[in-house]
Write a protein that binds this ligand. Structure first.
Ligand SMILES: [Zn+2]
Ligand SMILES: [Zn+2]
Length: 365
């Protein structure tokens, strides 16, 4: 075969492979909020290089397909049960995962999980430059090394293995947070949610995170998605994410709930829900209606929050990716063009057990 023919064959075969490998991705449709772009992030994942069962490139492909914009590979520093079969240092899983960045548009973050028994617990260090020096006898030395590299360090699953998965704060955490070495806490990890940790984040101004901590293959449906940390960034880049984490600009997507500070959940709600124009259904009885659209991949649950002279449903579910008709009754001789219906969003939590207060503003056609 002549050289030119070989070149064309190689070129067309590889181009064919490149373009035939399309991907399908779940889009969560979280809107941007004023001043910030909303990114979906998973800052906690494992591969075969620690106790996971997935090759690093698969981890990246799965994350992209599950609608993740930024993924951190955080293999355990000290716990590597496959090390006889899977050879490589603490940076190797990230290096291999990076090879798939030519296939999948995702922001990939180098991390590691510093793993100790309670009361110390587990800590993820992300945005590392070199994971190898984290392998230290003393956990304080390991965390200090991560901080020296400019990593963002957070406390993982604070209720894991605790009775009733109740998060417990020990003097060890006081020391780490007081030193400013640890700046975040997972309030949700895998299938666990830690309301105590949510409250600590609010009280002590700590960044809240919710991550998958996935070890095996991610077989999920939209109804059972992996946890995500929503991060509100000024630019879609690794630096943008790091800045947002340091500033606490996050929210947590866990099962059918969003959890976070009111300043982020409120604009998320307002930029998600789309209101139609109010129309009169039965003039004489003062019955009006309005269509409300929820573009998100999960239902939004509303509960009437205060008494109003407008009568409307006490509970109202905005079905995912559907328009729902909200009927309400106005008083006799009602002439206003604009109506405000106050609700509490029961699955947008601004504190443990406390839903976000919102007002649906309805304008008559
Ligand atoms: Zn862990
Ligand atoms: Zn882990």
């Amino acid at each position: 075969m002549n050289k030119r023919l070989v070149f064309f064959l190689v070129f067309f075969c590889s181009a064919g492979m490149l373009f035939s490998r399309s991907g399908v991705r779940t889009e969560w449709s979280f809107p941007d909020i004023p001043g910030y772009i909303t990114l979906t992030c998973d800052f906690h994942s494992h591969t075969v290089f620690s106790d996971g069962t997935i090759w690093p490139t698969e981890r990246v492909e799965e994350a992209w397909s599950n609608g993740v914009d930024a993924l951190a590979i955080t293999d355990h520093v000290e716990y590597r049960p496959h090390k006889q079969d899977v050879i490589g240092d603490l940076n190797r899983s990230f290096e291999i995962a990076s090879q798939s960045l030519s296939n999948w548009p995702i922001l990939l973050i180098k991390g590691g999980e510093i793993t100790r028994e309670l009361p110390v617990g587990h800590y993820n260090a992300i945005f590392l430059t070199d994971a190898n020096p984290l392998d230290k006898q003393n956990y304080m030395d390991a965390i200090q090394e991560a901080v020296k590299q400019g990593a963002f360090v957070f406390w993982n699953h604070p209720g894991w293995t605790q009775p009733g998965t109740k998060a417990v704060w020990y003097p060890e955490q006081t020391e780490l947070f007081n030193r400013g070495w640890v700046k975040g806490i997972e309030i949700a990890n895998d299938r666990e949610y830690y309301p105590e940790a949510f409250q600590w984040c609010l009280d002590k101004n700590i960044t809240m995170l919710g991550n998958s901590d996935i070890h095996g293959p991610a077989i999920v449906t939209p109804a059972e998605h992996l946890n995500m940390t929503l991060v509100f960034v000024t630019e879609k880049s690794l630096q943008g994410i790091k800045d947002a984490l340091l500033a606490g600009r996050t929210a947590v997507f866990f099962q059918d709930k969003l959890m976070g500070r009111e300043q982020y959940l409120k604009p998320l709600f307002e930029n998600s829900v789309r209101m139609g124009r109010a129309q009169v259904l039965v003039e004489k009885k003062g019955v009006w209606c309005v269509e409300v659209y929820n573009p998100l991949l999960f239902d939004i649950e509303l509960k009437a929050s205060t008494k109003s002279d407008i009568q409307y449903a006490e509970h109202f579910v905005l079905a995912s990716q559907k328009s729902v008709l909200l009927r309400f009754k106005v008083p006799e001789k009602f002439t206003d063009k604009e109506i405000i219906l106050p609700f509490i969003v029961q699955n947008f939590l601004v504190a443990p057990g406390q839903g976000l207060q919102v007002e649906l503003k309805i304008v008559k056609e």
